[in-house]
Design a protein around this ligand. Structure first.
Ligand code: SAH
Length: 237
């Protein structure tokens, strides 16, 4: 946890926050914080700054915050990700959040196992937990937006063309694809397939929506590895 991320509910007054959950445990056991120590903090969807420990006991810590610094710029990317299995989803959400992605569409595809859609990881609270872990890792406060799209065809036909319009629109696909374009800080839409890959029909529909197939080499990477490699290749990060 490189940042103590605070939500409105943590604040007793404008700048005094009291914590008694896993953030308190972290401050207590990892930072071994004492009264007077300062910690790096951020307000969810707000500014970054520092906080002074004004009281700490065996069950809670009180912080006086001073947050005036803007969070880092977002990556200009909308990622369209075929829903991975729950364990992979958690890791992927944390890692894409820590790379600055703010718009995430989780979509269905032929090779997405139906059971993944009923996973508790998709509950709003659980999704937010993964995003917050990513923000704490990368020292950012802006919560990404997640959009769930359980039907591939209506999403790709009715919504995706407008999302992709005027962006560098790509589908990561290892077969019959062009090589990855050069890194550029430009608005981008990127679709990434499920563990079994997109079927040809899906690649064709994504292509009709304006996304061009591209690859990152002959080796097939797992989704959780493919995504960071794709982002590092597409943006000067
Ligand atoms: N078994 C699948 C591979 C899926 S890998 C198949 O043979 O198609 C999961 C997803 O990661 C892919 O759909 C693609 O979006 C991305 N990916 C993995 N390796 C890639 C590569 N070398 N080039 C482009 N995309 C890749």
């Amino acid at each position: 946890m490189n940042l103590i991320l605070l939500t409105e509910a943590d604040f007793d007054t404008d700048n005094i926050a009291t914590l008694s959950d896993r953030r308190f445990q972290h401050i207590h056991t990892v930072h071994k914080a004492q009264v007077g120590d300062t910690l790096k903090v951020g307000k969810l969807n707000g500014e970054l700054g520092i906080a002074e420990v004004t009281a700490i006991s065996g069950i809670s810590v009180t912080l006086r915050t001073n947050c005036t610094q803007s969070p880092p710029d977002a990556l200009p990317l909308t990622i369209v990700l075929a829903l991975p299995r729950p364990k992979m989803l958690k890791r992927t959400l944390q890692s894409i959040t820590s790379m600055g992605v703010k718009q995430i569409y989780l979509i269905n595809a032929y090779k997405v196992d139906k059971s993944y859609w009923s996973s508790p990881v998709l509950d709003a609270e659980s999704l937010q937990e993964q995003l917050m872990l990513g923000l704490e890792q990368c020292i950012d406060t802006q919560l990404p937006e997640i959009h769930l799209r359980k039907r591939f065809k209506p999403f790709v036909e009715d919504e995706l063309p407008a999302i992709a319009a005027h962006t560098r629109a790509l589908v990561a696909h290892p077969y019959n694809a062009a090589s990855c374009p050069c890194a550029e800080n430009t608005p981008t839409t990127l679709a990434v397939g499920p563990e079994g890959g997109f079927i040809q029909y899906e690649v064709d529909k994504l292509n009709e929506a304006g996304l061009t197939p591209m690859h990152i080499g002959p080796r097939i990477l797992r989704v959780e590895n493919a995504v960071p490699v794709l982002l590092a290749r597409l943006f000067p990060i």
